[in-house]
Design a protein around this ligand. Structure first.
Ligand code: DX5
Length: 217
């Protein structure tokens, strides 16, 4: 079966934070489609990365869409600042707040494309009510917080399940997948329905980034 072409979104989480401008250049020259920015607050996940100022400072140095993933508690309090900083897609976790539907509306009204994400232990069923309102669903295939982890084997079932629901309901959100993606497992993730693939460790640890991106696509 020929897989549909997929979007590739390298995550700067695995880049050298002392030289993120070069990391953006590597992403751009690799032929990747998006820049994935992993925002972590040290509460929702056991790691701390960066805030809206980082997004704003990086924004002028890339023409690619910024796919901003908020792994933070109370995302409704900060979402607008990431949009003002230049986020094109803004993804938040269903597990991090009560009123997800309201935040989706707010993100869209502010001009960004809303996305929701679920951690490995959250069932797809938790997202069903929101699927008609989002541009993407980010399926975490590792426990969020760190790059370079191995993909959880059962995660493929969740992607397939989400893909089936999308087909049955005629929704048109993109299925984005993040965590442990590499050349060896990319085709099975695509085959399960992954339409965008995030890669951090594998992308930033490979010399031939252009070849890696083509191998994932
Ligand atoms: C993990 C992040 C993922 C991660 C992907 O918490 O949300 O985006 O950076 O990186 P790899 O590809 O190294 O798992």
């Amino acid at each position: 079966m020929r897989y549909p072409s997929v979007l590739i979104a390298p995550s700067i989480l695995s880049a050298d934070f002392s030289d993120l401008k070069s990391a953006l250049g590597d992403i751009q020259s690799s032929g990747a489609d998006w820049v994935h920015l992993d925002v972590m607050d040290g509460h929702f996940v056991p790691n701390l990365t960066f805030g809206p100022k980082m997004v704003a400072d990086l924004r002028p140095h890339s023409s690619l869409p910024f796919d901003v993933h908020l792994m933070i508690t109370n995302p409704e309090q900060m979402a607008h600042r990431f949009i003002e900083a230049g986020a094109d897609y803004l993804i938040f976790h269903l597990e991090a707040l009560v009123h997800s539907h309201r935040l989706i509306q707010d993100i869209r009204q502010r001009g960004a494309k809303p996305g929701i994400s679920i951690v490995p232990s959250t069932p797809i069923s938790a997202s069903v009510e929101l699927l008609p309102y989002v541009d993407q669903v980010l399926v975490m295939t590792v426990n969020p917080g760190f790059g370079g982890q191995a993909m959880i084997p059962s995660a493929g079932d969740k992607i397939r399940q989400l893909s089936e629901i999308r087909k049955e309901r005629g929704d048109d959100f993109l299925i984005n997948v993040a965590g442990g993606i590499k050349a060896e497992n990319a085709s099975s993730v695509r085959g399960a329905g992954g339409g965008a693939l995030v890669s951090g460790g594998a992308f930033f640890n490979v010399a031939g980034k252009k070849g890696f991106v083509s191998a994932l696509s």
